[in-house]
Design a protein around this ligand. Structure first.
Ligand code: OSB
Ligand code: MG
Length: 374
């Protein structure tokens, strides 16, 4: 499918993007979202990937600085100067590196973009995607009061979103869910605890089980599957794992013991598009639905998420909201808007289908690294 392309330079851009509205989860409140953009240069074309790391190890153990170190000192040297004809060769080149999925994903995904651009095909086409628009929802952060939360939900519903995810944490769970459920009895609603609970909290989940939720995302420990299996056995609502699934192996282990009945696929968390597609395929074989999670991406990561979510077993709406839900201006264009049917259109231009705006990139940039040119 792809033509061989020699990787002659790789650059890293650490950027910080101000969010239009602070985003609070059980692990903290954020008004600025950092990320590392990876640019892979090969025979006159450039591929881009986004590393969705935070400043600190809150959602995952990786940070901006660990990813920078892994990319600069191990991952870039493993592919620089090589002639690549498939992303699988990048996966193989990284096989000696343990862990650090977000760092690996950003560089592998940039190579997917480069090779798809070289072949003149969209990333969705390269992956085998089958839809030209994908259903999406919105992830609503924890708000200072129930009134603020209801207002946020109302605002997003007015914009056309038909699926809402509420962030929960101990002390902010049953009452916000009840308030939203009472206000909108038919809304497609789900919750995400980001690992804030322990097995001793099962009473909270039995109560949440009454609200006809689509799923309960990552209630327990970030590395656990065993306690999730025990909790799943007590509930009718499907448990969805996010943080606990770091690879196709983790997905298989979790499904084998019925630790979850839905998987949130985040391409960075699982180490790249190759692994993300493997998890998608495994879940499809077992008739388990998946959906595409988000990490407050710029348009670089968002376009890639849309391509991934065009695969057929992405059967629940993704956390892929319109660009304007996140940033007043993005560093790549075109921006994504919500269609009237709560979908977003999958980019059809070659590669990820968005262009970096160099002035914006420089404007949001905190740090830059360029490898040797070879
Ligand atoms: O757990 O899904 C999560 C954002 C940052 C870190 C973790 C999560 C999230 C979201 C945002 O829920 C989803 C989005 O990008 O819209
Ligand atoms: Mg989550």
């Amino acid at each position: 499918m792809f033509e061989p392309r020699r990787i002659d330079r790789i650059e890293l851009h650490h950027v910080a993007m101000p969010l239009v509205h602070p985003f609070e989860t059980s692990f903290g409140r954020q008004s600025v979202r950092p990320c590392i953009l990876v640019a892979v240069y090969g025979d006159g074309l450039t591929g881009w990937g986004e590393c969705t790391v935070d400043e600190g190890p809150w959602y995952a153990y990786e940070t901006i600085d660990t990813a920078w170190h892994m990319l600069r000192d191990f991952l870039i040297p493993a592919v620089l100067g090589k002639t690549l004809s498939s992303p699988a060769e990048v996966v193989a080149a990284f096989s000696a590196v343990r862990g650090h999925p977000m760092a690996r994903a950003a560089l592998e995904n940039a190579v997917w973009d480069l090779l798809a651009k070289g072949a003149g095909i969209s990333l969705a086409g390269a992956l085998g995607g089958q839809r030209d628009r994908v259903p999406v929802g919105v992830s609503v952060g924890i708000e200072p009061s129930l009134d603020d939360q209801l207002q946020q939900v109302e605002r997003y519903l007015a914009q056309g979103y038909t699926r809402v995810k509420l962030k929960i944490k101990p002390g902010w769970d049953v009452s916000p869910v009840r308030a939203v459920r009472e206000a909108w009895p038919d809304l497609a609603l789900q919750v995400d605890a980001n690992s804030a609970y322990t097995p001793a909290d099962s009473a909270v989940f039995r109560e949440l089980d009454q609200f006809d939720l689509l799923l309960i995302e990552q209630p327990l420990h970030h590395d656990d599957i065993v306690d999730h299996a025990k909790l799943q056995a007590m509930l009718n609502t499907p448990i969805c794992l996010d943080e606990s699934i770091h690879s196709p192996e983790h997905a298989r282990w979790a499904l084998d013991i019925d630790a979850c009945r839905v998987i949130n696929i985040k391409v960075n968390r699982v180490g790249g598009l190759t692994a993300a597609r493997q998890i998608h395929d495994l879940a499809a074989e077992r008739n388990v639905p998946v959906w595409c999670g988000g990490m407050l991406e710029t348009n670089v990561g968002r376009s890639l998420n849309l391509a991934l979510a065009s695969l057929p077993n992405f059967r629940l709406p993704g956390d892929i909201s319109a660009s304007a839900r996140y940033y007043a201006e993005d560093l790549a264009e075109p921006s994504f808007s919500l269609n009237q049917d709560s979908t977003i259109t999958v980019p059809s231009k070659a590669g990820i289908g968005v262009n970096i705006l160099p002035d914006r990139l420089v404007g949001y940039q905190l740090r830059h690294y360029a490898s040797r040119s070879v």
